[in-house]
Design a protein around this ligand. Structure first.
Ligand code: MC0
Ligand code: CO
Length: 136
């Protein structure tokens, strides 16, 4: 498998509107737009930074992964996303090598990407997202 870049860093926040005051107004990052991904129970907001992006994540439901993360650990970095060339091939290889997959098959992420998560127990305590998308 081949990791092409850090696609984005996912930061769990209670309020995207509030967090934008830092990331957009103060740090001056461009706001590349928001989207709700129902399957993940999140609203996302992307801020490009160099060759990668910050993804702010606000939960849409109290039982969603981002709400649970904030409840247990407070706001903070919830995941890191690696862009891969071929997500199906990457998942097959990781599974074969004994890495615990949360998603055996890709799901639909923000911006139409194909995404899948690896369990933090298998990845030194960091929730890892793999994603495949058209280059940008
Ligand atoms: C829209 C999309 C996109 O980019 O396009 C997104 O990003 S969606 C982004 C949001 N979606 C997701 O996160 C989907 C994948 N996430 C999940 O399936 C879940 O959040 C899990 C990662 C499996 C955690 O589930 P749950 O909260 O039930 O945790 P659990 O209590 O079973 O936790 C098992 C162990 O993992 C740890 N743990 C839980 N969440 C963690 C995280 N984000 N980073 C690092 N460690 C984490 C717990 O502390 C615990 O460790 P100890 O046992 O040592 O206490
Ligand atoms: Co993400």
């Amino acid at each position: 498998m081949k990791v092409l870049k850090v696609d984005h860093i996912g930061i769990a926040v209670k309020s995207i509107d509030a967090a934008k005051k830092l990331y957009h107004d103060i740090l001056g990052l461009d706001d590349a737009g928001s989207e709700t991904v129902e399957e993940q129970k999140v609203t996302t907001a992307f801020f490009p930074v160099g060759d990668t992006e910050v993804e702010l994540l606000e939960s849409t439901a109290p039982d969603g992964p981002v709400a649970k993360y904030i409840e247990k650990r407070g706001e903070g970095i919830q995941h890191i996303a690696f862009r891969v060339e071929n997500i199906e091939a990457a998942l097959a290889e990781l599974k074969e090598k004994g890495i615990q997959l949360i998603d055996e098959k890709p799901r639909r992420g923000a911006g139409g990407a194909k995404i899948a998560f690896l369990h933090p127990k298998s990845t030194y305590g960091v929730l890892v997202e793999l994603c495949e998308r058209e280059a940008h």
